[in-house]
Ligand binder design. Sequence first.
Ligand code: GRF
Length: 220
Amino acid sequence: MIDLAVLISGNGSNLQAIIDAIAAGLPAKIKLVISDKAEAYGLERARLAGIPTVVIAREVYPNRKSFDLALQAALDKYQPNFIILAGFMRILGPEFVEHYPNHILNIHPALLPKYPGLNTHQAVLTAGDPLHGATVHVVTNDLDQGPIIAQASIAVDPKEDSTSLQAKVHRLEHRLYPWVISLLAADRLQLTAKGIFLDGQALPNHGLQLNEMDKVRSLS
Ligand code: GRF
């Protein structure tokens, strides 16, 4: 059993996917959901699931450092094993990241290292890429560039628009994040300064692929 804190800023559909996976037997507990926006719908999802919530509103803090310290204080009260960024739209400062080395995960709507940052779906369409997807990675001081844990990909239909592409990627994310968390909960996945290991084997640079889920599961 692992304890999680989930950080959100908005809708919280990834949070919901993790809540649902836990209800279906994933051996993890969400100790706390933190939002930097009081109006985030994800807070409602957490409340409905009986999870404590905290709002750390960015406008209350004069700078990033004081915001990060408030976040750290809230998290340290609960001592989660992992901090799960799920649509958290605030960049965390280096002192915060270094306080939890290899314990912060993020999900990003692109096949990193391609398309860090925002507007990934439109960028994929504009570039005419045949593939798009989502990445779960370890958070480091380089935005969206930490070691890749796992990816899920889909073929891009060049006729679709960014809204429909976004919806497809979201559906992938909702399988990808709970899968990664299940591997952490089973103690099969190790996130270390020397790299990421599954069952003691170093992962390739692009991490695990969601289409390997059954293969990886059958190893257990
Ligand atoms: C997701 O697309 C995630 O990849 C990105 O922010 C979005 C959050 O969506 N980091 P939701 O709030 O989980 O619905």
